[in-house]
Design a protein around this ligand. Structure first.
Ligand code: ATP
Ligand code: ZN
Length: 319
């Protein structure tokens, strides 16, 4: 695939409210769909919000049902050793979240409580544990797949979902610090994984059209950190390694990536010594669905009252 692939579809008018009216995030809070925690990007979700997440999740399962993907679910924390070897810290050190825990003795405990009382920093005796927060649903998978030995000739396909953490606090409800990512991950030859990505580009587009949302698919890049990162981002774009399915949610100028289609080439295969049946390094690709982002796109376009959504959309989700 070259980097010029693009389906441009005219975006509907989003009816941007004047500056004085509540933002989309305010309206979500006011309706109780999202619940404030005092931290930007960290929210509770209402039953109504979750009913949409669940329905979208079922819809994705339905679309992928014939493919025989192996279902795996990991908790939202992953092995620090795996995380370190994955290369995440080279590319996105600013987004990573680590789990620290109190590792002191009784005297240290007294010191901690004294700091807390005095309103001072109490985190001095917190030490890094062997767990970090999962940044993308597929990160814990690769070493486990590699441990099974070489891939069978037909490759492998996995179905994942996880809460993910990225330290990117924002007032845009679509940019959360903790959110759910559903993924299908394909491992095999370049041809196998590219065919997988091609088919999900078409399926993802059909799915979002069925939900009557405006969309555009564009070549994209990850937000690699620093000056060296800009080069990585340019390469990723030039080689057409990442595509995003964008839906305007917060604004028309900056539509939101609701699905991502990533071709990692042999990056994870090399990192984890994952081999194809013939011994060549395996290639991998994944399609990621932002569960909250798709839900927010539906709420933005069809309204905050789920019962008033277009009948065809309700039927597709709950029919
Ligand atoms: P963006 O460019 O908007 O930061 P991304 O391209 O880095 O997103 P991916 O790493 O490809 O996102 O993650 C897969 C999917 O997870 C995205 O398509 C998106 O729907 C969702 N996602 C990513 N970051 C967030 C976030 N901060 N809050 C909610 N959903 C997110
Ligand atoms: Zn992935």
């Amino acid at each position: 695939m070259d980097g010029t692939f693009s389906h441009d579809v005219a975006f509907e008018d989003l009816d941007e409210p004047p500056a004085s009216t509540p933002t989309f995030l305010d309206r979500l809070f006011d309706q109780g769909l999202l619940v404030r925690t005092g931290v930007d990007g960290l929210y509770g979700r209402s039953g109504a919000f979750e009913s949409v997440v669940d329905a979208v999740d079922r819809m994705i399962s339905g679309i992928g049902a014939g493919d025989g993907a192996e279902v795996m679910r990991f908790p939202p924390g992953m092995s620090r050793a795996v995380f370190e070897r994955s290369g995440y810290l080279k590319s996105f050190p600013n987004l990573a979240g680590t789990v620290h825990s109190f590792c002191g003795h009784e005297a240290d405990h007294a010191g901690l409580l004294a700091c807390l009382d005095a309103g001072e920093d109490w985190t001095g005796d917190q030490a890094a544990t062997d767990i970090v927060l999962t940044p993308a649903a597929c990160y814990p998978l690769y070493p486990l797949a590699a441990e099974r030995g070489a891939l069978p000739a037909e490759g492998r396909l996995f179905d994942l979902q996880s809460y993910c953490f990225r330290r990117e606090p924002s007032l845009e409800p679509t940019r959360m610090q903790m959110f759910r990512m559903r993924e299908y991950v394909r491992m095999g030859s370049p041809e196998q994984v590219l065919a997988f990505r091609e088919s999900w580009l078409a399926r993802g587009e059909a799915m979002i059209r069925d939900l009557r949302l405006p969309l555009a698919i564009d070549v994209a890049n990850d937000p690699f950190f620093g000056r060296a990162g800009r080069m990585l981002a340019n390469n990723q774009r030039a080689q057409g390694l990442k595509f995003e399915l964008n839906v305007p949610v917060n604004s028309l100028d900056k539509p939101t990536a609701c699905l991502s289609f990533n071709y990692h080439q042999d990056h994870f295969g090399t990192t984890w010594e994952l081999r194809q049946a013939d011994g060549a390094v395996a290639h991998t690709a994944c399609v990621g669905f932002g569960m909250e982002r798709i839900t927010l796109a539906l709420l933005r376009h069809h309204g905050l009252d789920l019962t008033a959504w277009p009948e065809s959309v309700r039927a597709r989700l709950w029919g």
